[in-house]
Design a binder for this molecule. Structure first.
Ligand SMILES: NC(=O)c1ccc[n+]([C@@H]2O[C@H](COP(=O)([O-])OP(=O)(O)OC[C@H]3O[C@@H](n4cnc5c(N)ncnc54)[C@H](OP(=O)(O)O)[C@@H]3O)[C@@H](O)[C@H]2O)c1
Length: 345
């Protein structure tokens, strides 16, 4: 018997220019009977992340496969197992992994990222389920490894952080602050900047659209910032890197300002890196996989003791996923962007 099932699909690829909600549609599908080895998942919470824009260009030059037009979009998410034909999973279990943007899906090991095929168990005592995707998931691990594994700051150093009010940014800034770093956040609106300083303890927050940004950075860091944690790239990063001095280091985390460019973006002008003798280092969480359990242990401790505040922007309902995706690329969110699809049964 086929079970009716709603899903969200991409209608057309967009190579250059912003995506909007008409590029997506909520469709009606159906699910077949489970086969041996498969599990039936009920989607609870979906993670919405900037990297997904790269799967919507139709170009085969991206480091992840493209979404298939008309088929369910896939992202990290938390789900509950409804039925299982797989001895490793039982009905009722909470799991996370790459799952479809649908009310229900059949998991049989297929995944967006090769090698990340398993569903990992989520501890029901986690607090908010969305934390498995945010502070204890991709965002938290990216912030943790970016600061402790790449920036490796010393107390008293000054760090400029772009995309500071986003999912990775709020956590990278708070971790650096815990380590005694002066954090200058760059964010696109006054309410965001207020949260960074008043709620999260950043030393300062600046408007990256200011024509005087370079002067404002020089005033706050007269000797040049020691670290630039870069979530944004493009012309903003050119300005920040132009005020840095040797031996300043740049942590290249992401290049979100370029993802809407024709060709998929990611091009970096290295002239200020060369001229100012900077060290420039990229990373992904995959480079630090062996340290994931220790990182989650430390992040849990910081959240429990109130040292890290894991802010989120939550949308509700499967039909809200396109709005959340469009919104993350234009700066609608403070903290982690998630969509709550359903509650635990
Ligand atoms: N290396 C890794 O393993 C890894 C893992 C996850 C994410 N990332 C990367 O890290 C970055 C942040 O990801 P996230 O999940 O935390 O997303 P996010 O920061 O929550 O959301 C994106 C934010 O970027 C800002 N932004 C968008 N366009 C911009 C532009 N043209 N110029 C300046 N700011 C812009 C917006 O805030 P404003 O309102 O302030 O403009 C928006 O809220 C992304 O580049 C992502 O690709 C890397």
């Amino acid at each position: 018997m086929q079970q009716p099932n709603r899903f969200v699909a991409l209608n057309s690829y967009v190579n250059g220019g912003p995506i909007n909600e008409t590029h997506f549609s909520l469709r009606q599908g159906s699910l077949p009977q489970l086969k041996q080895g498969q599990v039936l998942l009920k989607t609870l919470v979906l993670s919405v992340d900037p990297y997904m824009r790269g799967c919507m260009t139709g170009l085969d030059t991206y480091f992840l496969p493209q979404f298939q037009l008309g088929k369910p979009i896939m992202s990290l998410g938390v789900a509950q197992i409804v039925e299982s034909q797989n001895g490793n999973y039982s009905p009722g279990d909470l799991v996370q992994g790459f799952i479809d943007w649908s009310d229900y899906s059949i998991w049989s090991g297929a995944t967006l990222v090769p090698g990340v095929g398993t569903l990992q168990t989520v501890d029901p005592g986690i607090g908010k389920l969305s934390h498995a995707l945010g502070v204890f998931g991709l965002n938290g691990l990216t912030a943790f490894f970016g600061i402790l594994g790449v920036a490796r700051p010393r107390a008293g150093e000054t760090m400029v952080l772009s995309g500071a009010a986003g999912g990775v940014g709020i956590l990278a800034g708070q971790i650096a602050r815990i380590l005694g770093v002066r954090v200058i956040g760059l964010a696109g609106s006054e309410p965001k900047r207020k949260v960074l300083v008043d709620q999260l303890g950043f030393e300062a927050a600046l408007d990256y659209r200011s024509e005087k940004l370079a002067d404002e950075l020089r005033a706050l860091a007269p000797h040049g910032p020691d670290i630039y944690f870069d979530n944004v790239g493009g012309s903003l990063s050119q300005i920040v890197m132009s005020v840095m001095r040797r031996p300043g280091r740049v942590v290249e985390c992401g290049q979100i300002s370029t993802y809407d460019e024709a060709g998929g973006g990611w091009k970096v002008d290295i002239r200020p890196i060369h001229a100012n003798g900077l060290r420039w280092e990229s990373f992904t969480t995959a480079h630090f996989n062996e340290f994931t359990p220790a990182a989650i242990g430390q992040l849990s401790h910081w959240v429990r003791t109130g040292k890290i505040i894991p802010l989120e922007t939550e949308h509700r309902g499967l039909e809200a996923t396109p709005r959340a995706m469009v919104g993350i690329l234009r700066g609608d969110n403070i903290g982690k962007m998630v969509v709550t699809v359903a509650g635990i049964e």
